[in-house]
Design a protein around this ligand. Structure first.
Ligand code: GDP
Ligand code: MN
Length: 374
């Protein structure tokens, strides 16, 4: 998930990283416009400054005109639907500071440069020696000597101020499961360092752990683009079929394989229902609800789960919650393995529900129970 500048800056503010005061403005709500100010397009792509998406305004009239002009722009194919209007900052120097991952080395990587501003891409290409790259051992964390090395490289006098900022960025990067936190430019002002821009990308795999963050930021983005927020339970794919063996899987591949196995063993699936790779107890519950409400006459239900990203304890919670709340008179055949397998099995056992280890045995029983129930 990529964040807009104003969203990244609100994370900066929470993390104690100084940012300019500002207000969000849309075509429908221009009450935040003030002057003197900097009017900035809110789009997910970079390079707004060069494309005219950042305008300095001295008077209210100029700010309003800048807002009109930017709101009618399209930047790299993305129509501008929101602005950030910020107080103007007196810049003494512009730096570049970022944390990302070095895929080859397999470690987080700090990058710092005294040539911050709009041309950092050119610096990377033509003068790579002007960018300091420091891998960070995730176990040691961001050590003092690396912070000092960056401060020296940038030629900063206020080493303590920089150290405080670098540690806050590092903590934010880790706590929010970021794959990129970039400040370009990080500027020196009379009152210290200020993050003038923000580019943050959060690992989509962190969504189950950071549910509240994802829900908040995605809803905010949807309210800007006018699209509806993508729901967390929107991952279920359901296709009704003709048979009487209900089927739920936590991935399309597993589901298709199991469809074949059911037929090989003489049965006929009642549906194809898969939950995608990232699930939760709620998704598991909804999948069962989906199958039973569409096919109340199935003769057995086969649930095939392989824990990778998703956790078997959460799947078991979803299944047992559903069984507790509904009278289920047919055989439930659950085969689960992988992440948090033991915990999942314990939850099933406590609810008095059998669990299968062997996929073929599970399919065979589901087919047999369906036959007996006919
Ligand atoms: P980007 O081009 O999309 O990366 O947008 P930035 O937010 O980085 O802004 C581009 C440039 O506008 C910065 O490098 C600054 O030089 C300039 N700028 C942005 N805000 C201010 C400000 O408050 N005061 C001044 N003097 N310049 C600013
Ligand atoms: Mn920038």
């Amino acid at each position: 998930m990529k964040l807009y500048e104003f969203q990244g800056k609100s994370l900066f503010r929470e993390a104690g990283i100084p940012v300019p005061r500002g207000a969000r403005v849309t075509a429908g709500d221009r009450s935040g416009i003030f002057a003197p100010s900097v009017v900035k397009a809110q789009v997910l792509s970079g390079g707004r400054g060069k494309a005219g998406g950042v305008i300095l305004a001295d008077t209210a009239k100029e700010a309003s005109e800048a807002a009109d002009s930017i709101l009618s722009m399209e930047l790299k194919g993305e129509p501008v639907k929101a602005l950030l209007v910020e107080e103007k900052i007196n810049i003494k120097a512009e730096y570049y500071l970022a944390v990302t991952f070095d895929g080859e080395a397999g470690t987080p990587l700090f990058m710092a440069s005294a040539s911050g501003g709009m041309d950092i891409e050119a610096v990377t290409e033509k003068e790579p020696e002007k960018i300091l790259k420091l891998p960070v051992d995730p176990l040691w964390g961001l050590t003092d000597y690396k912070i000092r090395a960056m401060a020296d490289f940038l030629g900063l006098e206020d080493k303590r101020g920089f150290a405080d900022l670098a540690r806050r960025i590092w903590r934010l990067f880790r706590e929010k499961d970021a794959v990129l936190v970039e400040i370009n430019p990080l500027v020196l002002t009379d009152s210290g360092l200020v993050a003038l821009d923000s580019k943050i990308e959060i690992d989509d795999g962190a969504r189950p752990r950071l549910k509240a963050l994802f829900n908040e930021k995605l809803a905010e983005q949807a309210s800007i683009t006018g699209a509806s927020a993508e729901e967390d339970s929107g991952t279920i794919t359901y296709v009704p079929l003709e048979g009487d063996v209900g089927l739920i899987s936590d991935g399309a591949g597993t589901g298709m394989l199991t469809l074949d196995l059911i037929r090989d063993m003489g049965g006929e699936a009642a549906d194809f229902c898969e939950m995608g790779g990232l699930t939760s107890p709620e998704v598991m519950y909804s999948a069962m609800d989906q199958v039973f409400s569409d096919k109340p006459h199935i003769k057995s239900l086969l649930v095939v789960l392989i824990g990778g990203f998703n956790r078997m304890d959460e799947m078991a919670e979803g299944i047992t919650a559903y069984v507790k709340e509904h009278k289920i008179s047919i055989a439930l055949v659950v085969r689960l393995c992988g992440t948090m397998e033991e915990e999942g099995k314990a939850i099933m056992k406590e609810a008095g529900l059998p669990v299968y280890d062997d996929l073929l045995a599970a399919v065979a029983d589901a087919v047999r129970f369906a036959g007996e129930g006919r």
